[in-house]
Structures are given as C-alpha cells and as structure tokens.
Design a protein around this ligand. Structure first.
Ligand code: ATP
Ligand code: MG
Length: 567
C-alpha cells in the first residue's frame, strides 16, 4: 500500500467525499437549477431514539449542507400522534448536536404545517383530485388489487366536489368516528405502482398530539405530508432511503398536481445495515420495553445514545459513516468496521492508564515495609506512548500490588511469557519482579503470589547485567488503587442477521453480551476522571467513564472495544 492509500484506509488525509448524490448536486449547481441553492433536511419521526442508520442520514444531509455552504433543517415528521413522544423529540436533538452538527434556524415540525397541509387537501378536492372514501379498512384492502392485478375503483370515487368538501370539513370538525371515512387522492386504481392506487392522504385519529394537543382529529399521511413539508421549507434535495423509491411518483404527483412554487427532488440511497444487530425502531423499542437491555442508551444498543455511552466518539461515528459510503446498493456492513473506526480514534487520542480487571494480589517480599503507613514511591508514566505533549502522570508503587489473574500460570503452557513460579517479568514503568512463592485458598485456587523485585530495574528498565524478560504486565498498587466496576460487552446478538426469515430475533440474543466485574482496581489518577472521558487501559482495551452510573466514590467503566479484533 502506498503512503496515501494507507492514510486513507486509516481515515486520515481524507480526499473530498464523492458520491452519486454529490454528483447530482454538482450538476444542479452547474445548470443553475434551484437558484444555485442547496437545502437538505433530516426528517426523523419522533417515535424512538436514533440509531446508527440515522447517523448515516445525518452525516449525509448535514455534511452536504456544510460542504456546499447550504442549509440543513431538522424537521420532526410528527404525523402519527399515537406513537410519538416528547422524550424522543429531545433525545433526537441531543444526538444531532452530539454528532457535531447544528441545524439551520429553528427546529421544524410537520405539525406546524397542519393548517397549510389541510388547505392543500381542500385544493385537491376542488381540483377533483381527492375524494372522501367510506370503505372500511378491510374493503379498502380488497379493492386495492395486488402486484399483478389492478385494483378496482371505490364506489365513493365519483362523489361530487361539494359532497367531498362537506364531508372533509365535517371530518375535521370531529363528527365521525375513527375509520368511518378517509380522504384519498384520486390517481389511478390500475397503476402498476400500488402507491398510486388512490392512496389515503388523511385519516381520522382522535388522539392527543404532543404539539397540537386536541386541535386536530384528522391527521395527514406520511407520503402526502412529506413532500409538502419539503416544499414549504424550500428543500432542494430530499434525500431518503431506498424503500421510498416506489413512493417518489406520489411525491411528485402531489406537488405537480398542486402546481406548487417549488418542487424538491427526491433522491434515494440504500440504508445502512450492520451485522449482528437490529436496526428497526420497532425492534429496538421491544428490546427496551421488555427489558432485554437496560434502556435506549444501553451500551450494547445500536442507538446513538448507546454508542455514546459505550465510549464511541462523535468523530469515530462520522468517520464510519463516511467509510461506508453512499450508494443505491443494499449491503450489510461488518460490525468490525465500527470497532476499527473507534479504535483508530481512541488510539490517537485516549490517554493511557492501568487497571486490573480481575486482581491477583502480589506481595513483594524484599520491598521495604512501612511502619505506620505504606512505604511507596512514584513513577512518572507517559500518558501516551507516541504523544509526549499529552504529558506524564504519577503512578504510585508499593510493597503489595495487583496484577491480572490471567497473567499468572502455575504451570505455564508453551509460549506463556508472563508470570510463573521462578519466572521474571517487568511491571510496566516500575521494576522486574520474580515469583518466589504461591499461596492458595481452601479450594486450592491461587490467592496470592510472593515475589521479589530487582532495585536495579527501576522505572522498568533493563538491569546492568543485561538480563531480559519477555513479559510486561500492568499493575496497580493495593494501597493506592481505587475499586471500580468494569463492564465488558460483546455483541447483543449471536447471529449475523437476527430476525432473518421468520425467526424471533429475541431468541437470538447473545447470552454473554454483558459481563460485570465488580472488583476491578484502577490507578488513583482516575479518581476524578470526567464522565464520558475515554482511556486506554493498558492491554485491556479502550474504556469510557459511564455517564449514568458513575458517582462520587463509585467508579464505573464501560469497555468500548478491545485493543484488537477478537477473531
Ligand atoms: P426505522 O425503519 O429504523 O424505524 P425510520 O425510517 O422509520 O427508521 P425515520 O425517523 O423516519 O425512521 O428516519 C429519519 C431519516 O433517517 C429518514 O430519512 C430515513 O430514511 C433515515 N434512515 C432511517 N434508517 C436508516 C438507515 N438504516 N440507514 C440510513 N438512513 C436511515
Ligand atoms: Mg420512516
């Protein structure tokens, strides 16, 4: 790999991001379409927390606005009062900001346009392009036809403009029960595209809306609302996912029929899918509601809040979204790519620290013993091996230290270069120690090691006699270390494509996705680590201070990712 390609693969020295959507925009700018303006929007429905798929859409829409000096609106598509909630409205704003983007002007809500959208519906009726249909849901389904068979006209299709206006006004006034009538666009029941077979554009819903309260009892449908909202905001490029491709004719029909002053261009791209995870809000909601996870922000969740709590940085998620690219081809991205992105970011930026996750007590017999209080010394340890500008910190050492249980083997297997009876290792930045004795508990498990140290190896340097050791261990001083809870995570699902076919995705959860270690010890410099700050714990991976459960006197760390791929 040449130097440049290497840099690119690592996410450095990024060339300008090109994709087919940017090519379309370039052409539009060159031809003078839209008055040389670029206006995008991110239009979430506030019916759940955002997931990593949404992050792709956010990076795409806000990224285009940033690079073309255009605008990007945040608009809540809040047309379904039953499923929406202010909690979601707030978390979504939080997530967009956390990812590093800011929306243009005020936040927009489709519900702000309800009156105008209603007037457009009246206009459609007057044009003879919409009618009140009184078939029930079942009859409507039966007359809709199939992919291969045309639908049949509703018996109400021929209602007069006057009758339609009267009924629609009374629908709005609340005179009818839910399901009694709907308003349908009058397009073509024999269209090969089922979305064009007189789609419903308004329905009666006697539900309280989180913004408009009880002002409305009819609500516009998504397809009809979306194009009008885009138009009202003067969006130039309405970017959405591929499943809306078949809805584009309807999007265009509404705007063309109403001869609206502007007509945004809908462009579709393929959704982000990642293996070993689920990404539909319905399934994520189920995981939360049925308590399979601790909440929307559980660090195993593919939500933005989950990744954030797990210790992912905004930069690593933006980097990931860039690397997966924007195309029209369906694909499934390996979870490992996300891990690579966060690892590269944290390798560069996270300070190092020592933490022992499963402690084994080591008594250094020839180290001076204290009378009152411990005798100890401090070592200056660099915070980052490649970045001296990040400084050093003091790490205390004393007669009793902890090492990792797995760093000792009473009968070392071949290739095991860590501690074993009569073997010598380096304690990073401290001393060489040699194991001279093993203490066991009643069950015969190793409970403590007796060691000696070599004062000539101070700071972890090789001794003058040229002796070398192969193993370097991390450690903490018993007298100085802080107790901490450490949470280790694995994938939430045990199979690459949970819920594929007819399988129940809940039955495919990984039973070992969370391991909680309550007796870990960390070096004292972490006492005041800021919530959400990240560290590399030597040899153990990257960890983040849990922003929810970490309290004064109660340290909690989440492992973001291991140092290397496990496979
Ligand atoms: P879900 O299907 O997960 O419930 P949604 O499409 O219903 O999501 P919206 O709130 O409507 O969720 O999505 C807001 C925007 O994010 C839309 O423009 C949508 O196309 C986009 N989006 C949603 N999921 C993905 C994904 N997996 N990849 C890329 N973009 C996505
Ligand atoms: Mg949607």
């Amino acid at each position: 790999m040449n130097q440049e390609a290497k840099g690119e693969a690592k996410g450095e020295a990024k060339a300008e991001i090109r994709n087919f959507i940017r090519h379309i925009i370039d052409e539009d700018l060159a031809s003078g379409k839209n008055g040389a303006k670029v206006a995008t929007r991110f239009p979430p429905e506030p019916n759940g927390y955002l997931h990593i798929g949404h992050a792709k859409s956010i990076c795409l829409n806000f990224g285009i606005a940033r690079d073309y000096k255009g605008t990007c609106n945040l608009r809540f598509d809040d047309t379904n009062p039953v499923k929406e909630d202010i909690e979601y409205v707030n978390s979504i704003q939080d997530d967009v900001r956390w990812l590093g983007f800011s929306w243009s002007g005020e936040i927009h809500y489709a519900s702000d346009y309800f009156e105008r959208i209603y007037e457009y519906a009246v206009e459609l009726i007057k044009l003879g392009k919409a009618y009140v249909c009184s078939l029930n849901a079942d009859e409507m389904r039966k007359t809709r036809g199939t992919l291969t068979e045309a639908g049949t006209n509703s018996p109400f299709r021929a209602r007069s403009v006057a009758e339609n206006l009267d009924l629609f006004t009374r629908m709005r006034a609340g005179e009818f029960e839910e399901g009694a009538h709907v308003l349908r666009a009058k397009i073509d029941m024999s269209s090969p595209n089922v979305n064009m077979r007189d789609p419903v554009i308004y329905r009666i819903r006697k539900a309280h809306h989180h913004r408009t309260g009880d002002q409305w009892c009819i609500y516009p449908m998504y397809d009809y609302t979306h194009c009008l909202s885009d138009m009202i905001e003067g969006i130039t490029h309405s970017i959405c996912t591929l499943e809306f491709e078949d809805h584009r004719p309807l999007y265009d029909w509404v705007l063309a029929t109403l001869k609206t002053p502007c007509h945004p261009q809908q462009i579709e791209f393929s959704r982000l899918n990642i293996d070993y995870t689920v990404m539909s809000k319905r399934k994520l909601l189920e995981l939360v509601k049925d308590k399979h996870v601790s909440g929307w922000d559980d660090p195993r969740m593919p939500t933005i809040q989950g990744f954030r709590r797990r210790g992912f940085t905004p930069a690593s998620i933006r980097d990931f979204c860039e690397r997966v690219g924007v195309t029209k081809k369906d694909s499934c991205i390996e979870y490992g790519l996300l891990e690579t992105c966060v690892r590269e970011d944290l390798d560069k930026n996270a300070p190092r620290a020592m933490a022992v996750l499963r402690p084994l007590r080591v008594v250094i017999e020839n180290y001076p013993e204290g009378q009152a209080g411990e005798v100890s010394e401090e070592f200056d340890v660099p915070n980052h091996p490649q970045r001296p500008e990040l400084g050093t910190r003091k790490v205390p050492f004393s007669r009793v230290v902890y090492i990792e249980q797995e760093d000792f083997m009473e009968v070392p297997e071949k290739g095991f270069f860590r501690l074993a009876p009569d073997k010598e290792v380096r304690l990073r930045s401290a001393y060489f120690i040699k194991c001279v004795g093993v203490t066991k508990d009643a069950q015969g498990r190793v409970s403590e090691l007796r060691c000696t140290y070599d004062p000539a190896t101070k700071g972890g340097s090789n001794p003058p006699d040229g002796r070398k050791v192969k193993g370097t261990l991390h450690w903490v001083s018993e007298a100085h270390a802080l107790k901490a809870e450490v949470r280790l995570y694995e994938r939430l699902f045990a199979v690459p494509n949970p819920g594929a076919g007819d399988t129940d995705f809940l039955k495919q959860m990984n039973p070992k996705s969370l391991e909680v270690l309550r007796d870990a010890r960390v070096e004292p410099s972490l006492a005041h680590a800021a919530l959400e700050s990240q560290f590399q714990f030597e040899r153990q991976g990257y960890f983040s201070v849990d922003r929810v459960d970490c309290k004064p006197g109660q340290l909690v760390f989440n492992r973001t990712v291991t140092l290397r791929d496990s496979k």
